[in-house]
Design a protein around this ligand. Structure first.
Ligand SMILES: [Zn+2]
Length: 275
């Protein structure tokens, strides 16, 4: 048997409805030869205690990873003192949330990559990091950043904020939101719209979050084995959803967990792991 591949799931303490033991059990059910370990949040696990030096460096790095303008792929610029201070506060409080900031997903991956110990920086280790930071990637095609649920790399990042904010809600939602705002009823907006569209998108603190994230964890793991984990089939958990309705179809209401093609590929992968 080959060296056992180990998957690390780094928890996200602010996502109350995310059940990590259930995610871990799911991975072990789909690919039993994998070892799956649930760890504390990434920074807490790899940098505890957080020294003053590490904190300063990280705060600078995260402030630099911030997207200031989603319409411009700005190169390196010195972060403002307030931005660095914000990151320091966020890093020292494990329950803090990075509200309203968009980060560059690949820069975040780069920052975290450097914190992985050398012994775990090889293909026998798959690091899957949950974060509440919202990140995006630059789209060359339409020349702007798009918020994402996930960025696959080393490590892979999954965002509990991204699953709410990145896939688009129904078009009527945005239309009505604009109407209510125009009428000067911003408070009515949130309540009214959330009732009207209940269940049609993944919301903050959504009870369905664990079930939805099972598919994204599998995408992160299969990225390691296949390079391209995505599927065109809208009923497959590997579908790269751009709309909330697609997330719900693929992760909660699909006719199967994986389409016939990916079921077959998973069987092949299992066979390879057992050799
Ligand atoms: Zn598929």
């Amino acid at each position: 048997m080959k060296q056992q591949t180990c998957v690390y799931l780094y928890s996200e303490p602010t996502a109350a409805t995310l059940d990590f033991s259930s995610l871990s059990d799911y991975v072990k059910r789909i690919l039993p030869p994998l070892k799956v370990v649930v760890r504390a949040s990434f920074i807490r696990f790899h940098l505890s205690p957080l020294t003053e030096e590490a904190l300063s460096t990280l705060a600078q790095d995260f402030a630099r990873a911030k997207v200031r303008n989603p319409l411009s792929q700005a190169r390196d610029f010195p972060p403002l003192p307030g931005e660095v201070e914000y990151e320091r506060k966020r890093l020292t409080d494990p329950n803090s949330k990075a509200w309203g900031i968009l980060y560059d997903g690949y820069k975040l991956t780069g920052i975290l990559h450097r914190l992985i110990p050398r012994a775990e920086r090889n293909l026998s280790h798959v690091h899957v990091v949950f974060t509440n930071q919202l990140f995006g990637t630059w789209d060359e095609h339409d020349q702007r950043y798009h918020a994402r649920v996930s960025v696959y790399g080393f490590p892979s990042l999954l965002s509990s904020t991204g699953i709410v904010e990145a896939p688009a809600k129904p078009r009527e939602y945005y239309f009505l939101k604009q109407q209510y705002s125009a009428l000067g009823m911003p408070d009515a907006t949130a309540t009214q719209l959330n009732t009207q569209f209940q269940g049609q998108f993944i919301d903050h603190g959504d009870e369905r979050l664990t079930e939805v994230m099972k598919g994204y964890v599998m995408q992160a793991i299969l990225y390691r084995f296949w390079g391209d984990p995505f599927c065109q089939d809208k009923g497959c958990r590997l579908h790269n959803a751009h709309w909330q309705q697609e997330v719900i179809s693929a992760q909660l209401e699909g006719p199967y967990e994986f389409c016939p093609l990916h079921q077959e590929r998973l069987q092949q992968l299992l066979g390879d792991m057992m050799k």
